[in-house]
Ligand binder design. Structure first.
Ligand code: MG
Length: 168
């Protein structure tokens, strides 16, 4: 069964560092992510604003920032937004949940963009969303692990993610 982690960085792996007054990817949070990867054999799709246009660029950028599991990244979500009116600067931001749904529809349910077949969660695939923001969809609620931006991915939250990914 294919397993996907939709991974945010800020507020999940990167948390505020009191001493240095900066946000960077921290060892403790990264170790909890490793535990999820080891226990579930999941792949990573980056939904964070740290993502670049392609998987390769994203891997290179994140590795440079100290991320240890770039080889697990298999995708990035689209950057979806829309100007309803450029002159009036009316900007419509598209919730992250919609961007995640778009990735699942395109990469899980669709076969090369031709045939479309609804795959079954818990049988064909499973996923978890690690994020400190809350703009997900109602259909994501059982797959959403909400992190606190101050503490990011904790042991308790990683345990929850493992349980969700290994459920079938
Ligand atoms: Mg965040």
């Amino acid at each position: 069964m294919r397993k996907i982690i939709f991974l945010d960085i800020d507020g999940v792996l990167a948390v505020p560092n009191d001493r240095k007054k900066t946000w960077r990817i921290e060892d403790k949070q990264q170790a909890e992510l490793k535990r999820i990867l080891d226990e579930t054999d999941a792949e990573i799709v980056l939904s964070s604003s740290w993502r670049s246009a392609t998987v390769e660029e994203t891997q290179a950028h994140l590795t440079k920032e100290g991320f240890l599991y770039s080889d697990k990244i298999v995708g990035v979500t689209i950057r979806a937004y829309h100007y309803l009116d450029r002159t009036e600067k009316i900007h419509l931001s598209i919730p992250r949940g919609v961007q995640i749904k778009q990735w699942i529809d395109t990469n899980i349910h669709s076969n090369n963009g031709k045939d479309w077949e609804r795959k079954v969660i818990g049988k064909d695939f499973n996923y978890v969303i690690l994020d400190d923001d809350t703009d997900m969809l109602l259909e994501h609620r059982k797959h959403f692990v909400k992190c606190s931006w101050k503490t990011g991915l904790t042991k308790r939250l990683a345990d929850k993610a493992i349980k969700i990914l290994n459920a079938h």
